[in-house]
Ligand binder design. Structure first.
Ligand code: ATP
Ligand code: ATP
Ligand code: MG
Ligand code: MG
Lengths: 227, 227
């Protein structure tokens, strides 16, 4: 489902160039469950944003679900993102003035489902992450871990092909974190490809393959027996 | 340095009342190093905001550094916060249009130091958290862990009496997280009282006392031998 060749992203800051990601060549099949690890600033989020079609590379090629992403126009790209990819951002990126329910309904607005169906799907996603009792709270009325779980619910509500989760358990206590990993496992069991960025070795053990980054480069790619 | 009696905070959401914190009675001496743990939504951040004088309780009393906080007027409260407390927010709360340097200089604007001294103090704080090479980046040009470290640098730049850090290593890989804990240890060695909220048992082991929360209540208070 994912094929990259020499994928790279430079950022220009003033007179300097930051090589956030360089020479990423990797192949990921449908239904895989991967963890991405590496030090702070090593390029993990940059990589996730490229894979999620939220950013354009400055070098290399990216084929997603068989299509060369650089050949898609803006509308086609937006549709691909909306229908096929669920993204959990490292900083959640929730709409501050919408409730948890409103935030989770957002990806469903693209499609043709009626209002009642959208509401039911969003409620079920929120219950799946343990927030059934908080659906009308706005982000300011939620704890850090609850906001993270709203972001997770939003990423899975549209039943995407691929879920990209950038540190999805970072704000969660270990028990809640385990529940979220079990949820990702169930989704993966239904065929959804899952890529998690994590700093937590425990979380990485839920995956079947670990990619390691350092200074913008992929330095390790290992199959592991999941726990 | 901290004395609370029956401290509580209710939130009203629509027709419901959320008892985010209830009946907190605790005493903390100057120079202590504590960890606060508990499930997502158990009241940890609510407690930290009350201790940091960023929010007003709906019940109970809070004496900080010998003063009844409810008797301080708005200016006195703001000055106490600025001079005596350093706060690392769970969601960082950086100014998006200021650089890392500008963000860290912010607490220093209250005092009487000149521009050059402020700049030097802010640079040293950023070097202490390993961000010497990123001082001119704005938050959008920083990784998640780098933003977290800017928030940490800002909390310590003013040499406060008390540092309240809400999950300060949540976005950091374990090596960088260890460096931050070592930094908190050095600050504690200079007499600064440190309270960290964490979900990570490894991080909690750096403290000498652990407070456990559940459903808004303090359910455990244990001295531990630090590791
Ligand atoms: N402004 C608010 N209005 C209404 N409810 C709130 C508000 N802030 C927090 N809450 C609720 O109060 C409870 C405690 O929140 P708090 O942020 O203190 O939890 P926490 O222990 O820090 O959780 P986490 O580990 O997820 O960060 C939660 O159930 C949350 O939904
Ligand atoms: N928009 C940007 N402009 C300039 N530099 C950037 C930008 N975004 C990221 N960077 C830099 O690129 C590098 C990689 O950032 P990235 O966010 O991918 O790291 P990360 O591995 O996700 O880190 P963390 O674990 O701290 O979240 C960092 O050194 C960062 O300072
Ligand atoms: Mg990141
Ligand atoms: Mg919190």
């Amino acid at each position: 489902i994912i094929e990259t060749r020499g994928l790279g992203r430079d950022y220009v800051v003033g007179a300097q160039v930051v090589h956030a990601l360089e020479g990423l060549t990797v192949s990921i099949d449908r239904g895989e469950f991967l963890a991405i690890m590496g030090p702070s600033g090593s390029g993990k989020s940059t990589c996730m944003q490229l894979l999620g079609c939220l950013d354009t590379p400055t070098a290399g090629a990216y084929l997603f679900d068989g299509e060369d992403v650089s050949l898609l126009d803006r509308d086609a790209l937006a549709e691909t993102r909306n229908r096929k990819i669920g993204f959990v951002f490292q900083s959640f990126n929730l709409l501050p003035r919408a409730s948890a329910l409103g935030n989770v309904e957002l990806p469903l607005m693209y499609g043709r489902r009626d209002r009642r169906t959208r509401k039911e799907m969003a409620e079920r996603a929120l219950e799946a992450v343990g927030l059934g009792a908080r659906i009308h709270h706005t982000p300011a009325q939620l704890s850090g871990g609850q906001m993270q779980r709203v972001a997770i619910a939003r990423a899975l509500v549209n039943d995407p092909l691929l879920i990209l989760a950038d540190e999805p358990t970072g704000a969660l206590d270990s028990a809640t974190g385990q529940e979220i990993l079990a949820l990702f496992h169930r989704l993966n069991g239904r065929g959804i490809t899952i890529i998690l960025v994590t700093h937590d070795a425990e979380v990485a053990r839920a995956a079947r393959r670990v990619l390691r980054f350092r200074d913008g480069h992929l330095v390790g790619d290992e199959r592991i027996a999941p726990v």
